[in-house]
Design a protein around this ligand. Sequence first.
Ligand code: HEM
Length: 150
Amino acid sequence: MTILNDIIDINSKSKLSIKSLSVFHSNHTKNMAQTQYRLADVQARNGKLGAPIWIVYKDSVYDVTSYVDQHPGGNDAIIAEAGTDATSAFQDVGHSDDATTILAKYKIGEIVEEEKKYDANGKKKKKVVAAKDEGTGRSCLNTVTCGLLG
Ligand code: HEM
């Protein structure tokens, strides 16, 4: 009886730990931070002088160095976009869903929050243009000052 209880006890403990492990795992996967890159980091990976070939597609960063030579549209099509945001180039061609699935395999991270062009719903953010100072002649004074200093 004691042995049986022990076995049940061990089993229930191990079940518990497996459960907590899987909870930990799913939380961990959900919250796993993506590597963040600035657009300038991507620009440096333009395929020139042996540099890798990175592109941005909808705020995600892809290292497609090893893919370019397999591209059905020729390697030059991707090399021309190397180091840039290739979202419109990729979309304008009307790539298939297969192409998007292939692209996903090469994801290495995301663009930093402040440089992202899409919101959390995947919609393109509107550009915020700074309001013009139409104040009371102060801007005029600034112009004069700048003119004198400049
Ligand atoms: C870097 C990620 C890219 C991936 C994974 C990719 C993948 C593919 C795939 C799988 C196809 C075959 C047709 C299809 O399934 O849609 C294709 C075709 C094509 N791609 Fe891309 N592509 C990429 C980027 C680009 C870029 C940046 C351009 C530049 C404009 C481009 C231009 C083309 C063209 C012109 C074709 C048609 C080729 C033909 O049918 O002759 N691709 N691409």
